[in-house]
Design a binder for this molecule. Structure first.
Ligand SMILES: NC(=O)c1ccc[n+]([C@@H]2O[C@H](COP(=O)([O-])OP(=O)(O)OC[C@H]3O[C@@H](n4cnc5c(N)ncnc54)[C@H](OP(=O)(O)O)[C@@H]3O)[C@@H](O)[C@H]2O)c1
Length: 213
């Protein structure tokens, strides 16, 4: 990145909270910070042992509350089943923000938590993104000469710009497939990714590319 590009990206720096210190939270936080965004990683207990990796993402590590307080955009990257408690608890702190659900509640009837977000944070602009690829593909989105795409859903408008800037920060090309009535289609790509990676033998370094003519 040239000095000019770095300065331009800093001017458009997004204050983003990544909630969750697991591998996907750490990977996204690292990529966002590398792109010049102001990243805070939120964890339930910032003082606990075992957070060394989370301290080395280039982001600030804080409580979930502090991370939400300091952000205009929030990426949820916690255990999918834990969203049932987390969203009601923090819904008021999501008001008016861009809220991106990267969690997968595997085995539940609906993999995403968009309904919970709509219920507890009705003024948030919610997106479904960062959930349909394994973390390796956010760390490195290049496959030989090709760069991968990331399918996402959510409303057009200013929240879209923020969501696409965060996707672009990982190096992936954002592909909006529609409003959140298409979230299930995004989630179908999770199923496809798991099937290809683990059953069809392609492994975890597996991305998607949309081709048009
Ligand atoms: N692994 C991947 O490649 C990948 C890719 C895309 C999406 N995802 C999705 O992203 C989410 C995170 O996946 P992961 O593999 O990084 O790790 P994970 O083991 O599913 O989640 C670990 C994180 O969840 C947090 N957590 C667990 N229970 C919580 C609760 N009750 N309240 C608040 N936070 C809680 C932990 O927070 P503390 O720091 O507070 O302990 C930890 O940071 C999952 O929903 C997964 O489906 C994963």
């Amino acid at each position: 990145m040239t000095k000019q590009h770095l300065e331009e990206s800093r001017m458009n720096s997004i204050r983003v909270a990544v909630i969750g210190t697991g591998i996907i939270g750490r990977t996204l936080a690292t990529r966002f910070a590398e792109a010049g965004h102001a990243v805070t990683v939120g964890t339930r207990n910032p003082g606990r042992d075992g957070l060394d990796d989370a301290r080395h993402t280039g982001a600030r590590l804080s409580s979930i509350q502090e991370a939400l307080d300091s952000s205009e955009a929030v990426v949820w990257a916690i255990n999918g089943a834990a969203m049932a408690d987390a969203i009601p608890a923090y819904g008021r702190d999501l008001a008016g923000k861009v809220v991106i659900d990267a969690t997968n509640n595997i085995g539940a009837p609906t993999m995403n938590s968009l309904a919970l977000i709509a219920e507890h944070a009705p003024t948030a602009r919610a997106y479904r993104a960062f959930n349909s690829l394994g973390w390796e593909n956010f760390k490195d989105p290049c496959y030989g000469e090709e760069t991968g795409d990331l399918l996402y859903s959510g409303p057009a408008g200013p929240g879209q710009t923020v969501t696409e800037a965060l996707i672009a920060a990982t190096g992936l090309r954002p592909i909006r497939i529609g409003d959140n009535d298409k979230a299930k289609t995004v989630d179908d790509f999770v199923t496809l990714w798991f099937t290809l990676a683990f059953e069809a033998g392609y492994g975890r370094n597996l991305g998607f590319k949309i081709l048009t003519r």
